[in-house]
Design a protein around this ligand. Structure first.
Ligand code: ADP
Ligand code: MG
Length: 681
């Protein structure tokens, strides 16, 4: 008998009424109840006062030392009593627990749980137990469930306990033993029992680890089974990649590839050789060196007789990529073209004609690439850089300009959108984990506005060393005009304050040609300082720039600050980031702290989520995010990746579809398919 077929009314103490109330929480069967997991634990383990911090929730044990006094006010009551704990006196305060008064007798032992006020040696009691009567909670971790209606915390705890006692032995294993062994996971029965009743934190964590893995694995199994039967059809382009040629291309790069880059390049080339359509996401922190990885892929498609497209979100970035790829490919006779919205009609026509005739091998551009009249002769690889700036539609339009071209999507903000894509889009994910060797962490400081003189001194010092600086003024959303004016003012101020330096200016109101000239001058080292609005946020790569100053940094979001900071630290020189922020902006300071604490993009994303909360972080567009009972997509991201690899490997084996070992998993898939109303095969 399956636990999901056992009605709740089989449990002692559950009649139709209670069953109805549980139903409102989404619990309809004993199976549901057993899998109704706590979202946290309350710690009732006894602590020593010496190790407790002010404001913490604690449990302490002592002896009642005074008769209680009671105050009543406006229908409420306050009960106060002194308790000896570890031979010192503590004041215990209960609110609205008048009924306890007679039970508080001098000399009686008591356990108190509540918030500790260090200064007043005072505990506001949330919960108390008398050891001579009960110690049900004392010393334990009590699960906390999400409850509502007439179902209280105590009720659900009791019912789950009962369900486990009555039916716990029937909990089936669902994962094959190869996975349990590979990841040292505890059996399912034990995990479910322990997740509700952990004896210690470690046990709770092991139980959770097992169930999170299971949850993510089953989820991935569904996706990967779908993919194995639908997506990995052999109707893509085969790129016959010649390793020798690739090696020759790589050997003339101005640097050695990192191991991480080599690995992801292999993953990409492997996909390109296969007859199915590559759909791969490359994620790596700012400055990790994604462009060159894309370049190798583009090189491979051209060598195989096709064309490549690279789509980026801004003109500045398009120009930069066209310039650097052009230089890289020139010795190989590979032609790189640039298509943006600001080309003259004539130039545009030329580019489009060469593209269609196959004279151009690689086209770099903004979303101008996806206009209707853009035709490739044979599009083999589509690369999108900074994918979070594009909609899913924009990317798929570009893909349709070829016959099932391979697709590589790159991002420096792996979370949050990537997460969604990983979860929904059945993409393969490659991750650049290391940055190029010799990169030093970017030293980051947060300062007040009145330290401008020192900031100017810093700029001067870097200029003397031959380095360059960025000075960013915020985008004022309500008014582009104000925003531009800000940049112009700051530019003027710096020009006056630093008369011996050359100061460039970049903002959204300049023409494309002006912007290009300004960027080119900065890239060539002709300008010492570039004053800019956030137009340079993504992708800009000038390795000689070592100082990033961000004005009014508290007006920026955390991910954006990290992207901006990523404009420096791209070469061998020590780089710095100075955040000029208002110390009175409270959550601004929280962001500044995150920035000064770490320059790891993954960690920054995590903090961003923490600060903003999932709703805002994932954005309303992601409202279709799958909900997991236990897994937290941010913290458990690595488990998700692991689960996905395991599920992909498993579903690609013939055995999975035939062997009785996997019968349980196949049944699970069939059940799920039924739930979503589509047949599996
Ligand atoms: P991002 O991942 O942010 O797009 P880029 O591809 O722009 O990073 O690379 C950042 C800088 O690092 C560039 O100047 C690039 O030439 C350089 N770079 C990339 N790979 C390496 C490497 N293996 N060794 C040294 N420098 C590298
Ligand atoms: Mg980049």
């Amino acid at each position: 008998m399956h636990l999901f077929q056992v009605p709740l009314t089989k449990l002692q103490g559950v009649g139709p009424q209670k069953a109805e109330e549980l139903h409102a929480l989404g619990i309809s069967t004993v199976g549901d109840l057993i899998e109704y997991y706590p979202f946290r634990y309350e710690d009732y383990r006894i602590r020593e006062l010496s190790e407790v911090k002010d404001g913490e929730r604690i449990t302490i044990q002592g002896t009642i030392a005074s008769l209680p006094s009671m105050q009543r006010y406006g229908g409420k009551s306050r009960l106060i009593c002194r308790v000896t704990v570890e031979s010192a006196l503590v004041t215990a305060v209960w609110f609205n627990r008048a009924f306890l008064k007679d039970q508080l007798t001098v000399g009686r032992e008591i356990t108190l749980t509540g918030k500790w006020d260090q200064r007043r040696r005072h505990i506001t009691v949330a919960d108390s137990e008398f050891p001579d009567r009960s110690t049900a909670k004392t010393g334990t971790l009590q699960p906390v469930y999400s409850v509502g209606g007439n179902i209280t915390q105590a009720t659900i705890r009791k019912l789950i306990d009962r369900a486990l006692t009555q039916y716990g032995s029937l909990i089936p294993e669902i994962l094959p033993s190869e996975l349990l062994e590979r990841h040292s996971l505890i059996p399912r029965k034990e995990a479910i029992t322990r997740i509700h009743r952990p004896e210690n934190t470690n046990e709770g964590q092991e139980a959770r680890r097992r169930m999170v893995y299971e949850e993510l694995f089953l989820f991935q199994l569904k996706l990967q089974a779908y993919r194995a039967t639908h997506v990995k059809q052999a109707d893509g382009l085969v790129h016959p990649v010649n390793n020798e040629e690739i090696r020759r291309f790589v050997s003339q790069l101005p640097f050695l590839l990192t191991d991480s880059q080599k690995q992801v390049i292999n993953e990409i080339l492997h996909d390109m050789k296969q007859p199915y359509v590559m759909n791969r996401l490359l994620q790596g922190d700012v400055g990790a060196g994604k462009t060159v990885v894309a370049a190798v892929g583009l090189y491979a498609t051209v060598r195989a007789g096709h064309q490549g497209a690279l789509m980026v979100p801004t003109e500045i970035l398009a120009e930069q990529h066209a310039r650097s790829l052009g230089k890289l490919f020139e010795p190989f006779g590979i032609q790189v073209g640039l298509l943006t919205g600001s080309l003259t009609e004539r130039k545009r026509r030329d580019i489009l004609a060469s593209l269609q005739m196959g004279l151009l091998d690689i086209l770099v551009g903004t979303h101008a690439l996806i206009q209707e009249d853009v035709f490739f002769r044979s599009l083999g690889l589509v690369v999108t850089d900074e994918q979070h700036r594009f909609g899913v539609n924009q990317r798929s339009i570009l893909r349709r300009k070829g016959m099932n071209p391979d697709v590589l999507t790159m991002t420096a903000t792996p979370i949050p959108r990537t997460l969604a894509i990983t979860v929904f889009g059945d993409m393969d994910v490659s991750t650049l984990r290391e940055r190029p060797k010799g990169r030093k962490p970017i030293k980051t400081y947060s300062v007040k506005h009145d330290m401008m003189d020192r900031v100017l001194g810093f700029i001067r010092k870097e200029a003397e060393l031959g380095r360059q600086s960025f000075f960013i003024c915020p985008l004022i959303e309500e008014s582009e005009k104000l925003d531009v004016q800000n940049a112009i003012d700051l530019h003027m101020q710096l020009t006056q304050a630093l008369p011996d330096l050359t100061i460039g200016l970049l903002h959204g109101r300049m023409t494309a040609a002006e912007k290009e000239a300004t960027m080119a001058a900065f890239a060539a080292g002709e300008t010492h300082v570039l004053v800019s609005t956030t137009v340079i946020e993504v992708g800009v790569d000038v390795p000689n720039a070592t100082l990033m100053i961000i004005m009014d940094a508290d007006r920026f979001g955390l991910s954006q600050l990290h992207q901006l900071r990523g404009r420096v630290g791209r070469g061998e020189h020590q780089s710095y980031c100075i955040l000029i922020a208002d110390p009175k902006s409270e959550n601004g300071q929280e962001r500044m702290k995150a920035m000064t604490d770490t320059d790891d993009g993954f960690e920054i994303s995590r903090r961003d989520l923490e600060i903003r909360g999932p709703g805002e972080f994932f954005g309303t567009k992601q409202s279709g995010m799958p909900e997991f009972r236990l897994a937290n997509l941010l913290n458990d991201f690595e488990v998700l990746e692991q689960a996905r690899d395991d599920a992909a490997a498993m579903t690609s084996r013939e055995e999975f579809w035939s062997s009785p070992i996997y019968g349980g998993l196949r049944d699970h898939l069939a059940r799920e398919a039924q739930l979503i109303g589509e047949p599996l095969d």
